[in-house]
Design a protein around this ligand. Structure first.
Ligand code: COI
Length: 357
């Protein structure tokens, strides 16, 4: 916390003045787009490098009908958040990690990518330009959505000749309609999210389109979201449509190991570090659906969902011995970790968040 105080000394008084905030109902933020003032944009050709981009008024962009992203899904996105502290200063949560992950994804999707420094600078520029949209402390956060896409025209299947890196932001509240209340997950037994050798480990836009069918069907039956099993054995946990998953049994925390089909979540990694630093045993391993159904607690992690406790798991079968089981879960360890994670001051201390001054 000492280092936090040093940084606080450099925060200009204008950042502390929350009267600069836009006049919207901060108490009713959900997870939907609230258009803000500016977006960041830069372009480069295939094989080229991104130059320093510019801020433009937030609005629609022009894309060729034959752009790589529209025709072949050549695109990635990222998600990270900015928070306003009590003193009005604004913090970013581990932006370098997102920059790094975008580079890994770009490599997989045959796209050029901004450097990590460029990425972080661009995020800072965008957040500062929209700082009146960063919610007051405790009311939510500014969700930052970087996009990288093949914007050049292609017809035959090939990497696009031009790429666009764009960042827009939106103030957000809780992701799930349940708010902070525990969510109800159903184990998906028909559709898979990712396959070995596919793009499940990167934030390819297509990964998210392909889960919509299962997610929509589950929501229509009253579940909050879907938990996917691996596509080979249909037995091991992978992740939820929008987040990673953790299981707690006898105070031991486990989460599916990163093995090419699971998104390496930044909140996931943070929770593993936080939990270990608090003395918990955390295993990254294979977790069977049977083990899931015997868990004491289950929780999800992600930028959008932060730490979401799971209140029940439903497994509708697919296995002779396990049919239509619904388990109720407790919350102790989950809440403990969620509290630690949401303590913004502590985050600054542990993770050296970037102070936007
Ligand atoms: C995030 O948590 O930032 C994500 O990318 C998930 C998305 C489906 C909202």
């Amino acid at each position: 916390l000492a280092s936090t105080s040093r940084r606080e000394a450099t925060v200009p008084s204008t950042c502390r003045d929350t009267s600069e905030l836009v006049d919207i109902s901060w108490d009713n933020l959900g997870f939907g787009l609230v258009p803000t003032d500016y977006m960041y944009i830069t372009k480069c050709s295939q094989g080229g490098n991104f130059s320093k981009g510019e801020l433009q008024r937030f609005g629609n962009i022009e894309l060729s009908p034959s752009s790589g992203v529209l025709n072949y899904g050549q695109g990635l996105f990222e998600g990270l958040k900015a928070y306003r502290k009590q003193d009005g200063s604004i913090l970013l949560f581990r932006p370098e990690e997102n920059g790094l992950r975008m580079r890994m994804g770009a490599e997989r999707m045959c796209m050029p990518s901004p450097t990590v420094d460029q990425f972080v600078e661009a995020v800072k520029m965008t957040v500062l330009a929209n700082k009146r949209w960063v919610p007051p402390p405790g009311k939510g956060s500014l969700y930052i959505r970087p996009l990288l896409m093949g914007s050049g025209s292609v017809l035959g299947l090939a990497p696009a000749p031009e790429y666009t890196f764009l960042i827009y932001v939106s103030p957000v509240g809780n992701y799930f309609k349940e708010g902070l209340a525990p969510i109800n997950l159903v184990v998906e037994n028909e559709f898979q999210r990712a396959t070995p050798g596919g793009t499940g480990a990167v934030k390819a836009i297509g990964n998210y389109a392909s889960v919509l069918k299962a997610q929509t069907a589950a929501q229509a039956k009253g579940y909050s979201d879907v938990l996917y099993l691996d596509s080979v054995h249909k037995r091991y946990l992978e992740e939820v449509s929008s987040c990673n998953v953790f299981v707690v049994k006898d105070k031991i925390i486990s989460t599916p190991a990163i093995k090419g089909t699971i998104l390496p979540g930044i909140t996931r990694k943070t929770i593993i570090d936080v939990a270990r630093s608090q003395g918990f045993q955390v295993d990254e391993c294979y977790i069977t659906v049977e083990e899931l159904l015997e868990a004491d607690e289950v929780f999800c992690t992600g930028t959008a969902v932060v730490v979401s406790p799971v209140g029940s798991i439903t497994y509708l079968g697919g296995d002779k011995e396990l049919q239509s089981i619904s388990v109720s879960l407790t919350l102790g360890t989950t809440l403990e970790l969620a509290c630690i994670l949401s303590a913004a001051n502590l985050l600054v201390c542990i993770y050296k968040l970037k102070d936007l001054t």
